[in-house]
Structure formats: C-alpha cells, structure tokens
Ligand binder design. Sequence first.
Ligand SMILES: [Zn+2]
Length: 295
Amino acid sequence: MRSLLALFLTSTVAMAEVPTVVTDIAPVHSIVAMVMGDLGSPELLLAKGADEHDFQLKPSQMDTVAKADLVVWVGPVLTPWLDSALNARTGDGAVLTLFDDVGTYKINFFAGNLSEADANAEGTIDPHVWLDPSTAQFWTGMIAAELSQLDPENAATYAANAEAASATIAKAEAEAKAFLDPVKDRPFVTFHDAYGYYITYFGLTPAGTISLGEAAPPGAARLSDLRAKVEAGTVICIFPEAQHDAALVDQLAEGTDAKVGAALDPVGSTLEPGAGAYAALITGTAKTLADCLAD
Ligand SMILES: [Zn+2]
C-alpha cells in the first residue's frame, strides 16, 4: 500500500512539472519568459553580443538542447547552428519553429532598393520575423498553446500570461510609433538587412544596407553603389550594429552629410535577457533611429 501511494505521488509530481524550455535569441526568450511568468524561466542560447547568424553552441548548451522538454526558435534560416543541435537530439522533446507557422507574417529581404548588387537577396524570405510586433503578439498565443499541451494543468496561467504579454507588446509598439512618426520620411542606411519587418510595420524610409541578410561582408560593387547614394545627399543617418565593426559605416559616412547614429541591435543581444527584453528592443530601436534622424 505504502509503495503504491509513493508511486502515485511520484507520477502526480511528474505530470505537474513545468516543462524545461530552451530558446534561440533574446527576443524569443523574452516572449517565452512572459508567457511562462512565475511558473518557470526559459534558457537563452545566443550569448551576449553574439551574431545571430554565426554562433557556435558550447557542449554544455548542446546538452541543454538535448534534454529540453521544448525548444522554441525562429528556425533554421536564421540560426543554422541550432539546427544541427536539434537534428542530433534524440528522445521526445518538442520543438516549436516559429518561422514555419502560417500565422508568422513573412516578407522577402528588403535590401533597400539597391541595384544588381542585391540580386542574390531577391526572392529570399527574411528570417528577422520577430521585428514585427504584431507577429510577436501572435506568438504569445502560440507559445501558450504549446506549453499548455505539455503542461495542461497550468493552461489557464499560460493563457492569462499570453494575454498580458500581448498587451505589453502593444504598449511598446505604441511608444515606438510615437518616436518614429516624426522621422518616418527620413532615409537611413543600416548595417545588415535585418529591419525589413520593422521598417514595413512602422512605415519608415530605408535607403539601403551595407551587408545583406546574413551580415556577411559586402562586395565592392555594393559598397560603391551605396557610397554614391550617400554622396548624393539623400541619406540622413547610417547606423552601425552592436555585433559588427563600425569601420564600414564610418567609411561610408566620411566626407558626406550623412550622420553616424548609435549602434542598433536587431537581435537584442546587448539587452538584459528576460521578460522585459522584447519591449526594450522595440522601443530602444525606435529611440536610436529617432535620435539620429530627428532635427
Ligand atoms: Zn540578422
């Protein structure tokens, strides 16, 4: 009898356990953290200051991925370094690939209307989908549904947290809009082609990007094309990026009227990871853009 009771208690405890969750990048980590709330804390894989397209997991992180009940990530187009870790995974851990969901709004790489230099970006879907706040709001519900499937007992809490998270994102979006509305017709250049969703959502005026979508070094033709555009005087600001050397930005701006803005951080890897990071990313990006583009 005693052992039966013990068995019963053990299995009840196992069922009630909140899933262990691993995430790829800070914005996704933040959204999952909001949905989990006080029930648990997800793990974040991408290290502080690291480039989302070019990263290598430590053996301990491979182990964390292998053991996680759930991995929430954008998808292989953004982080191939996580794809191989997931492929190596055995067991019955779940995976939520946000990029693959039909509800995730997708556009082709923006590429800033440059000439033939952009040919290789054409027709490729831009994986920086989290920079559209309406997509992030949609994900809160998706993540809550996935967590509820693994942990039905806490379904009501996940749903309530998702609703609160969606409201938090809406507030950040309104704050960002207030910063951006006065400068939305002022052309700017960014370091890599990561901002198409943000630009589209807030109705901004891009003038080009130094690197293409995977942040690889640009070719000479692309740079001279961009330099001509900056020399023509239409570009108000050029923004470096936290993950990349600003030397190319400085070269491009040198001797022209274009200003060099503060560094942008599209993947939020310089932010304090946690529930607040997503809102900070959306409003912080707006503030950095507006600070330089205004006046
Ligand atoms: Zn990127």
